[in-house]
Design a protein around this ligand. Structure first.
Ligand SMILES: Cc1cc2nc3c(=O)[nH]c(=O)nc-3n(C[C@H](O)[C@H](O)[C@H](O)COP(=O)(O)O)c2cc1C
Length: 303
């Protein structure tokens, strides 16, 4: 698996582990001890998954993940064997909470399950942080790894990543700093399916978890003739930030084709003074290919 994807997946799963831990604490507070035990186990499980993601390891079974983790991370001495006992204990307790008839997890047991999850997360954290740093240091600039992605896994793109991408878009230079852009963001499969028919080449929008549609205003522009250039630069920022986050994206041309622009404006119900520039489906790529080297010294004319 591409290192950038492993990194994004590992960080995503670690955050999910923290989220499950929070939910587990909330459940305990509400007195729902079974749910607390269940969520604490999932915090442990996702902490493990955040580690195994670094190897590109995937398994549909919890037992598969646990035995891979024990074999590769405990037997090798990366983590102390006490983590193995914590994982097994958490798994057994979760099974009792979920499946044992006429059983309610005692408060103290659920509380211990939460401490166990906290410990596991704390144990893996330094390993994860140093692995993430090492990967980031080795990663090439997204400029040289970006390729158009047209097929996406069904995984959702978390809104904080969308916000990062939109922050990158709005960081773009623009003529006289006119910043003509506003962004429509759709994670609605019906809308995305309609968008995918806006041109014969827009099919990647159909199964994308999210589509960003950069649009520009037609009023209050200080350099109106430059608008397409501004929008193209902001589009490139979106593509590069998506790449930097381990996501994939593709620019689907809409402007300057009047018919296509009209279709998209109608689908999005855009205000009168806004026009769509392009469609950018974004998601986790099904596969990644290396970028072709387009460097041609013959295209450089030195004076
Ligand atoms: C202005 C523009 C319009 C594009 N329109 C489409 C499109 O409608 N459908 C599509 O699949 N890709 C589209 N692309 C993506 C290009 O096909 C792609 O960038 C090109 O083949 C180079 O491949 P790469 O992006 O993987 O380097 C467009 C790219 C640009 C810059």
């Amino acid at each position: 698996m591409d290192e950038r994807i492993s990194l994004a997946l590992s960080q995503y799963r670690y955050e999910k582990a923290l989220k499950f831990l929070g939910t587990s604490r909330d459940n305990l507070e509400k007195g729902d001890t079974d749910s607390a035990a269940n969520r604490a186990y999932y915090a442990v499980f996702y902490a493990m998954l955040s580690v195994t993601a670094l190897d590109g390891f995937e398994s549909g079974k919890h037992s598969g993940v646990i035995s891979y983790f024990n074999h590769n991370y405990v037997k090798t001495g990366i983590f102390n064997s006490e983590i193995s006992e914590m994982i097994t204990g958490a798994s057994k307790q979760r099974e009792r909470a979920d499946y044992k008839n006429f059983y309610t997890t005692p408060f103290d047991t659920a509380s211990e399950q939460i401490s166990c999850a906290e410990n596991v997360i704390e144990i893996v954290r330094p390993y994860l942080e140093s692995s993430w740093t090492r990967i980031k240091q080795q990663l090439p600039s997204p400029i040289f790894t970006r390729t158009s992605t047209r097929q996406f896994t069904p995984d959702k793109v978390e809104s904080k990543y969308i916000i990062k991408i939109l922050r990158a878009a709005m960081a773009a230079p623009s003529a006289m700093n006119q910043q003509p852009w506003e962004f429509w963001v759709s994670d609605d499969p019906e809308i995305n399916a309609k968008l995918s028919q806006a041109t014969p080449y827009a099919t990647p929008a159909k199964n994308a978890p999210v589509v960003i549609i950069p649009c520009y205003r037609t009023n209050d522009l200080t350099a109106p003739v430059m608008v397409d250039i501004d929008m193209a630069i902001c589009t490139e920022n979106i593509l590069l930030e998506a790449e930097a986050l381990g996501l994939g994206a593709v620019m689907l041309g809409i402007a300057p084709h009047e018919e296509c622009m009209k279709t998209v404006a109608e689908i999005l119900n855009l205000p009168e003074n806004f026009r769509p520039f392009t469609l950018i489906p974004i998601g986790y790529p099904v596969s990644k290919r290396p970028q072709e080297d387009r460097y041609e010294p013959a295209k450089i004319h030195t004076l």
